[in-house]
Design a binder for this molecule. Structure first.
Ligand code: ISE
Length: 340
């Protein structure tokens, strides 16, 4: 049995812990850790975890913890990932690794110095079937050469009233930055970001146009005040055809001369299966030491952070901004499949 600790018992931490408890044969829920001891205890009790803690660093060092899931606040992700690297423990770290590309590079340096990969990043969309089928269609040559990928990412409303257009780019769009790189197997070279005007004080959608190293165009709309439901769409257009994501709904209601399907309120239902697949891959990684082909690593975390930072810069400058990635270390190229 692989003994897992979950650090952070908020919305995502509780979901990860539930997946470990209910859907991860071969793993046990060893420790639930949260700075808020009451919160840790209530999640641990509900899911029959072995123990609780309110000290993340001490949790990582425990002899009865084999691997770690980090779902604490974003600013803790990089330091806690570094602590896992130092302890030699595999870690599934929720996105983002850091919003600072520089801080991502520090984690990359620590991992390279350790000589082995420990950090898997929770960009779970790579495990969503729709994106996997898009990537497969491209790999098998069914679409011809990829020309464009269009993306829509809509949340019902913002997590807080201070949410800005720049935060739409740095908090929400990194999912698209990561999964599009994964599907197309390329890097972004430039980004332009635009915003229309709303009639109220709420944050307006952000629309981005990105160019890739292979001369493809990618559009991303992030609307954090879409009001009607959680809605993610994507279409990959090739020279010989296109492949589009369907709305994922298990039922359709037909009444009063109309037909309708529903939307989830947030991403957790829409991506539940992807989270389960991702966490199972993490467990295999923790057991075998072989970094999964599909998963995001620290290099991917750095790329997402740099694209996001450059996108926020474009939104404020009103200009197209170049994305200047540093050289990708050989250490991270080795394991990559078609995406390399
Ligand atoms: C949010 O920032 C997330 O991280 C979720 O995973 C995502 O699906 C949601 O739409 C974002 O806004």
């Amino acid at each position: 049995m692989t003994r897992l600790a979950v650090i952070g018992a908020g919305i995502m931490g509780e979901d990860h812990a539930r997946i470990v408890a209910d859907e991860l044969p071969g793993a046990t829920l060893q420790v639930i850790c949260d700075r808020d001891a009451t919160r840790a205890k209530s999640v641990a009790d509900a899911l029959c975890a072995e123990d609780v803690s309110n000290d993340p660093e001490a949790t990582i060092l425990r002899n009865d913890v084999d691997a770690v899931i980090i779902a604490s606040p974003d600013f803790t992700h990089a330091p806690l990932s570094m602590a896992c690297i130092a302890a030699g423990k595999p870690v599934l770290c929720e996105k983002p690794l850091s919003q600072s590309p520089e801080e991502c590079l520090s984690v990359i340096r620590a991992e390279q110095a350790a000589g082995t990969q420990y950090v898997m990043l929770g960009f779970m969309r790579r495990y969503d079937r729709s994106y996997a089928e898009m990537r497969q269609a491209l790999v098998e040559g069914r679409l011809g050469r990829a020309l464009m990928m269009h993306n829509f990412h809509r949340n019902v409303d913002t997590p807080n009233a201070d949410f800005t257009g720049a935060m739409a780019i740095t908090n929400s769009a990194p999912h698209e930055f990561d999964v599009v790189r994964h599907v197309l197997g390329t890097e972004f070279t430039s980004i332009s970001a635009f915003q229309p005007r709303r009639s109220d004080q709420r944050v307006a959608p952000v629309v981005m146009v990105l160019q890739t190293a292979d001369d493809q165009l990618v559009t991303i709309e992030v609307n954090n005040n879409a009001a009607y439901g959680y809605d993610v769409r994507a279409e990959l257009v090739g020279e010989a055809g296109s492949i589009a994501m369907n709305n994922v709904a298990y039922t359709r209601t037909d009444t009063a001369f109309a037909s309708s399907t529903g939307y989830d309120a947030d991403w957790r239902g829409r991506y539940h299966d992807a989270y389960v697949r991702q966490n199972r891959d993490f467990l295999r990684f923790a057991q075998t030491g072989l970094f999964p082909d599909t998963a995001s690593d620290c290099w991917d975390g750095y790329c997402a952070a740099l694209v996001a930072e450059t996108g926020a810069k474009s939104l404020s400058s009103g200009q197209r901004e170049e994305i200047n990635l540093t050289h990708r270390p050989e250490f991270y190229s080795a394991r990559k499949g078609v995406a390399a």
